[in-house]
Design a binder for this molecule. Structure first.
Ligand code: ATP
Length: 236
């Protein structure tokens, strides 16, 4: 049996009487890549922000490694949500150094994460001069500094060109072997079909499907449309 690293129980977030996330029950297997899919405004970022401790749930619970989520679990959870928090006037190394010092980590870790995300040769280039893909990679490097067991990536391919998307896919695919479970969100089906093992489709904050990723793109599209467009609950 595969171990479960995280579940959510009746997870709900309400903004001014609107349920952005509604009674969500996710189940994430350790060392898997889980794709949270949904149309714009479905509630993906709100869900990921709750798991990353950025916002608090209105109701329900997040269970991490069998116990209710505690703030100290964040030492094992890395996240890249929305735009990477970079200092534009600092290099990749310096951006990582700031967080390394703040987290009291050894400086050797900077080189390690730069190698993982293939950003070792940016030298004196400042982050503001980086391409979108380089910024995403540096954002992921920041999230990896602390040796996370769980990595949360909100729409990580946003704004990337096809080469950047493919590079990032390969990077993400390398994480389970390193003992890192990934939860990522997307509304672009073709970007996830070859990456994620399991998908959760949410629509209007509710989980419409959770299970294995369909074998081919037509089946994934069909499933997504059934759930997202018709707001149907579909079981595996
Ligand atoms: P996208 O793919 O467009 O990023 P999403 O699935 O990530 O969408 P969320 O950002 O989670 O969707 O938003 C879900 C719903 O919650 C939307 O209706 C949004 O307007 C609402 N919402 C999100 N954040 C807030 C907020 N801070 N205040 C009020 N409403 C919010």
């Amino acid at each position: 049996m595969n171990k479960i690293i995280l579940t959510t129980k009746h997870l709900t977030k309400t903004y001014h009487n609107q349920k952005a996330v509604d009674d969500l029950e996710l189940e994430i297997t350790e060392n898997s890549i889980y794709g949270l899919l949904g149309a714009n405004g479905a509630g993906k970022s709100t869900t990921l922000k709750m798991i990353a401790g950025i916002i608090a749930p209105t109701k329900g619970a997040i269970i991490y490694k069998g116990k209710p989520w505690r703030r100290k679990d964040l030492v094992e959870i890395g996240a890249l949500i929305e735009t990477p928090p970079l200092y534009g006037n600092l290099t990749a190394y310096e951006n990582l150094l700031v967080r390394t010092v703040a987290l009291n980590l050894p400086k050797d870790r900077i080189r390690e994460v730069l190698e993982i995300v293939h950003l070792t040769n940016t030298g004196k280039k400042k982050a503001r001069q980086f391409s979108m893909g380089m910024k995403q990679r540096l954002g992921i490097a920041l999230a990896l500094l602390n040796h996370p067991k769980l990595l949360i990536l909100d729409e990580p391919t946003n704004g990337l060109d096809p080469i950047g998307i493919q590079d990032l896919r390969e990077l993400i695919l390398s994480f389970p072997k390193k003992g890192i479970t990934v939860i990522l969100s997307s509304h672009i089906l073709s970007e996830v079909e070859n990456t994620v093992d399991t998908i959760g489709i949410i629509t209007n904050g509710k989980l419409g499907y959770q299970g294995k990723t369909p074998e081919n793109s037509a089946a994934l599209e069909d499933l997504f449309m059934k759930v997202a467009r018709n707001q149907q609950k579909v079981t595996e």
